[in-house]
Design a protein around this ligand. Structure first.
Ligand SMILES: [Cu+2]
Length: 151
C-alpha cells in the first residue's frame, strides 16, 4: 500500500513538472524556407509572460531537428557572429521578448527535412523547472523578415 502511494506521488510530481506553461503566450512563430542541402535554420517568435513568476526559456525540441539551441547574433568588429546562450532567456512577469533576425533566435540544427514555404512545423519550447509549451512555426519564403510579418 505504502509503495503504491509513493508511486502515485511520483507520477503526480512528474505530471506537474512537465505541465504546459499556460502563462507564456507565443505570437507569430516562424522560420525561413531552407535551400537544398542546408541542415540549419533559425526560428523566430514573440514570447509574452502573462504570469506572476519569471520564466526561463532553456531550449526547444522537434521531431524534424536533431538539436535546437538558443542563440544570439551580434555584430563584432563589423561582422555578425552567433553565440549560444546556455543559460537561456528569462522573461520577467509581464515581459515580452522578441526572437528576430539579426538578434536572438532558436538555432535549428541537424534538420531532418527541408523547411518548405507554407509548412507548419510543430515545436516544443522547454522552460526551466520542466515546463513545456507546444507551438507551431510557419515556414515563410527565404527572404522573409520581421517587417513583412503579420501586417
Ligand atoms: Cu544561431
Amino acid at each position: 500500500m505504502r509503495q503504491a502511494t509513493r508511486t502515485l506521488w511520483a507520477l503526480i510530481l512528474l505530471t506537474t513538472m512537465s505541465s504546459a506553461l499556460a502563462e507564456v503566450r507565443i505570437k507569430d512563430a516562424w522560420s525561413r524556407a531552407t535551400p537544398p542541402g542546408i541542415e540549419r535554420g533559425a526560428g523566430y517568435m514573440t514570447l509574452h509572460n502573462t504570469g506572476e513568476q519569471a520564466r526561463t526559456l532553456t531550449g526547444a525540441s522537434a521531431t524534424w531537428a536533431q538539436r535546437i539551441e538558443i542563440h544570439e547574433s551580434r555584430e563584432v568588429d563589423g561582422q555578425m557572429r552567433m553565440q549560444a546562450l546556455p543559460d537561456g532567456l528569462t522573461l520577467q512577469p509581464g515581459e515580452s521578448l522578441e526572437l528576430a533576425p539579426m538578434g536572438r533566435h532558436l538555432m535549428l540544427m541537424g534538420l531532418t527535412e527541408r523547411l518548405t514555404q507554407g509548412d507548419t512545423l510543430a515545436l516544443t519550447l522547454e522552460f526551466r523547472n520542466g515546463g513545456t509549451l507546444n507551438t507551431q512555426l510557419d515556414v515563410r519564403g527565404p527572404d522573409a523578415s520581421t517587417s513583412q510579418s503579420s501586417h
